[in-house]
Write a protein that binds this ligand. Structure first.
Ligand code: SAH
Ligand code: SF4
Ligand code: F3S
Length: 445
């Protein structure tokens, strides 16, 4: 139930999310939660009474960003002659550094990814002058305690699984997000229906290991098939997947389920078995490539995406050459690549043979050149193709709209279609990051 906040409480808020799509989802849910308390959302962080920084801990740079952001917020407020905004640090830095943030940056609220349903209470306590911290990982799920979904855009996120049990040796996620937990089947289908009722045409199912989702023997493919049956749903996607949880049922769904889009983000990280073993990835180069073959047999036009790390401790030039040759073999439609960043508390951070920064820079550049080449080639091969585009927003030019192809490419076209419409187009041009198209047919609902 919504009510007016007392005078000493913040009245306006701004949520800023960093990191992965699960953080974006959490940010939306926190915004809905604060709105249900009677606070008003504002686009302008500097003008908000309460700023929620929903942080990411994955690499050192991401983590440092939270401290520079806090400094900037306070400076901007001071420059405007305002009292400092109340600052709440949420997300994975909150979980990992907890009390340290309160001590170092004097923030008002720290709330972990599994505790943010308590945000209104924590804000109330902070408003009373007591810094409030909650980084518990309760056994009862936060999801049941969040308000219902009301208004969303044509493409919506839905978290179905959280946490990770894989413990790759470089990664903080198992520590910041906790063990793998799947939300119940019924709760997810209900939320999917609510999202469609609220305007979503496309739903992206999210999880740190989304394809590990399970409930009473059901797998992610069963969930996809159930969401496929919801009236009004046009597209389903899911991310991020681990190669070891890619079941035959899920591969078959890519062949059978028309609303399941031909796109798969399936990180491999590296191409050398020696490095994969040191990373504790529990798949090999060969098992990964065989998996890709099976997926492509089921769905020949599938666009593959991935993540790569260069400069993992001990990575030699020969190891890196195997990553490049894997990239050549797979030909990704798009991919993310990162320099290895040592994270406190992870096994890799104290491994011998840390790779010098200059070597990492060089390898990243060469890897990105190869990935960009493949992305451009994938886009160029789309010219002449007919496909649907889900219109998501206005473009810069008059009459121009932007949307996504089934293969998650950005597409711009001139059309009088509205946001949320599905338009059939023919692709007429391709750049490194987007496609141009002309409209062929409008699909109504
Ligand atoms: N659960 C997903 C993604 C996790 S984080 C998966 O396993 O694929 C997203 C990406 O960040 C990872 O895939 C990895 O490529 C990268 N990453 C994680 N830890 C890192 C680190 N310490 N240094 C550099 N990149 C890292
Ligand atoms: Fe991190 Fe590995 Fe888990 Fe992905 S699978 S979240 S990289 S530990
Ligand atoms: Fe970052 Fe946490 Fe996501 S560390 S990538 S926000 S799970």
């Amino acid at each position: 139930m919504s009510h007016q906040p007392p005078a000493d409480q913040p009245r306006t808020f701004h949520v800023k999310s960093f990191g992965c799509q699960m953080n974006v989802y959490d940010g939306e849910r926190m915004a809905e939660l604060m709105a249900a308390q009677g606070l008003t959302a504002t686009q302008d962080a500097a003008a908000a009474d309460l700023v929620v920084l929903n942080t990411c801990h994955i690499r050192e740079k991401a983590t440092e960003k939270v401290y520079s952001d806090i400094g900037r917020l306070r400076k901007d407020a001071a420059a405007q002659g305002r009292a400092r905004p109340m600052i709440a640090v949420a997300g994975c830095v909150a979980q990992a550094e907890g009390a340290e943030i309160v001590a170092r940056a004097k923030v008002d609220v720290v709330v972990g990814p599994q505790a943010y349903h308590n945000l209104p209470d924590l804000v109330a306590r902070a408003a009373a002058g007591v810094p409030a911290l909650d980084t518990d990982m309760p056994t009862a799920s936060k999801f049941g305690q969040l308000p219902a979904r009301r208004r969303v855009g044509p493409s919506a996120f839905l978290t179905v699984q959280e946490g990770c049990d894989k413990f790759c040796t470089y990664c903080v996620v198992p520590y910041t997000r906790g063990a793998e937990i799947s939300r119940p089947f019924e709760a997810i289908v209900d939320e999917a229906k609510a999202l469609v009722d609220a305007g979503a045409r496309e739903i992206t199912l999210l999880g740190q290991n989304v394809n590990a989702w399970t409930d009473e023997g059901r797998g992610l493919h069963d969930l996809i098939r159930a969401i496929d049956r919801i009236n009004g749903i046009a597209r389903i996607r899911y991310t991020t997947s681990h190669p070891n949880d890619m079941t035959q049922g899920l591969i078959d769904a890519h062949r059978d389920v028309e609303t399941l889009m031909p796109f798969l983000h399936l990180p491999v990280q590296a191409g050398s078995d020696r490095v994969l073993r040191a990373m504790n990835r529990s798949h090999t180069r060969d098992s990964y490539l065989r998996l890709i073959d099976r997926i492509r047999t089921a769905r020949p036009d599938i666009a593959l995406s991935g993540d790569f790390i260069v400069g993992f401790p001990g990575e030699t030039e020969a190891d890196f050459a195997e990553t490049l040759s894997l990239v050549d073999t797979v030909a990704h439609a798009q991919a993310f690549s990162f320099k290895y960043s040592p994270r406190p508390g992870t096994p890799a951070a104290t491994m011998a043979d840390q790779v010098p920064a200059a070597v990492m820079d060089d390898r990243l550049q060469r890897l990105q050149a190869a990935l960009n080449r493949d992305q451009h080639a994938f886009n160029a091969a789309s010219i002449g193709r007919r496909c649907t585009v889900l219109i998501e927003r206005k473009g810069k030019l008059p009459g121009q709209m932007l949307g996504k192809s089934p293969w998650l490419q950005s597409v711009h076209l001139l059309t009088d279609a509205a946001i949320g419409d599905l338009v059939e187009v023919e692709v007429t041009s391709a750049g490194p990051n987007s496609l141009g198209a002309v409209e062929r047919l409008r699909q109504v609902a």
